[in-house]
Design a protein around this ligand. Structure first.
Ligand SMILES: Cc1cc2nc3c(=O)[nH]c(=O)nc-3n(C[C@H](O)[C@H](O)[C@H](O)COP(=O)(O)O)c2cc1C
Length: 335
């Protein structure tokens, strides 16, 4: 791993790993705190939260850790025009409502634009970093965030978007490759044009802007982190990998059984060579446990995977404290 770069110094990160904002509930206060305590930077994806929920989430994270964390919103969008005649759509879904014994469907109310109140709550909650996606913040919002001394991060899916974001004064840019899970924030390009893979997009953005670049999209372990840093990124932002953590707010309908049975480390290395065996979108060495896997992943070390009988999910038990795979450095270890 490189010694601390500019971004790591500014964000007080020990490891160049950011847990992506995971709007929808994946990013629990426990996850955010665990990532911060392990030396990464946790994020609250607050876009779907009410101002009150934003404050509660931020305060809950703050009670669990004194480490920095970030908060993220969607840039305000123009409200869509409601359909002139919603009857055809309502007729289409009506049989399902009837089947479930629900009252007949009604046209949904147009959501009120609550960005202003969300932003006010996000600034109050104790986060030191603010990020946004799906566009550009209004100039007044950028000024407000900066006046609070918060580090400001925008999200780009093309070189042009990154240059535009730099032009409006963001402090760093998340570069989201086509592989990115969840919310992918294209805003100035057609969908097809913006489908550039992480490994192609990151070096192009690094060459085009002067601000730090954060690579995102399909990065799952130490190999991906090392590759992103080699391409010129100063950190990575990982989403899907963190969804597999015990602390993530992902419902697990399968019973958890303890004690877990460690998989032989040699088998782990072989599995890594073959690619992923189990887990969300194929994560050979999931980041998880008590968050310390941030360190293990960024150091390119093996994260010991354990299996639970009858549970095909890949859990991680961190090998941060000197875990060495049998037979020396695993083939996936890098940096
Ligand atoms: C469930 C989920 C929710 C997400 N929500 C947000 C969000 O609210 N704001 C944001 O900037 N990115 C969001 N993202 C995208 C991440 O910032 C990140 O770019 C992406 O997860 C990277 O790809 P990966 O999942 O392959 O690591 C989300 C991703 C996932 C998987």
């Amino acid at each position: 791993m490189p010694s601390k770069n500019e971004l790591m110094r500014r964000l007080k990160m020990i490891h160049p790993v950011i847990q992506a904002p995971l709007a929808g509930g994946g990013d629990t206060p426990e996850l955010i705190a665990a990532v911060g305590e392990a030396g990464g930077l946790g994020f609250i994806g607050a876009a779907y939260l009410t101002p009150q929920q934003i404050l509660e989430a931020a305060r809950a994270a703050r009670t669990l850790t004194a480490r920095p964390f970030g908060i993220s919103l969607f840039a305000p969008q123009p409200l869509p025009d409601p359909p002139k005649d919603p009857r055809a759509a309502l007729e289409c879904v009506a049989p399902f409502y009837a089947e479930l014994g629900l009252p007949p469907p009604q046209p949904p109310a147009v959501a009120a634009d609550s960005f202003g109140e969300q932003l006010a709550a996000a600034l109050e909650g104790g986060a030191s970093v603010f990020s946004f996606t799906f566009g550009i913040l209004p100039a007044s919002a950028i000024q407000t965030v900066k006046a609070r001394g918060m580090f400001l991060i925008g999200t780009a899916t093309t070189v042009d978007e990154a240059v535009t974001l730099e032009g409006v004064g963001v402090d760093a840019v998340v570069t989201q490759g086509a592989e990115a899970g969840g919310h992918r924030g294209s805003f100035a390009a057609e969908f097809e044009t913006a489908m550039v893979g992480t490994i192609s997009l990151v070096p192009q953005v690094v060459d085009a802007v002067r601000i730090p670049v954060i690579a995102s999209g399909g990065i799952m372990d130490g190999r991906g982190i090392a590759a992103a840093l080699t391409l010129g990124a100063q950190a990575v932002q990982m989403g899907t990998a963190f969804l597999t953590c015990d602390e993530a707010g992902i419902p697990d309908r399968r019973p958890r059984r303890r004690p877990s049975v460690p998989v032989p480390e040699r088998a782990d290395a072989a599995a890594a060579q073959r690619g992923s065996q189990t887990g969300t979108r194929g994560i050979p060495f999931a980041v998880g446990g008590s968050g310390c896997a941030v360190g293990a992943a960024s150091a390119g070390r093996a994260v010991r995977r354990t299996t639970h009988p009858g549970d095909r999910r890949s859990h991680s038990r961190v090998g941060n404290a000197g875990l060495k795979p049998a037979g020396g450095t695993p083939p996936h270890a890098a940096a």
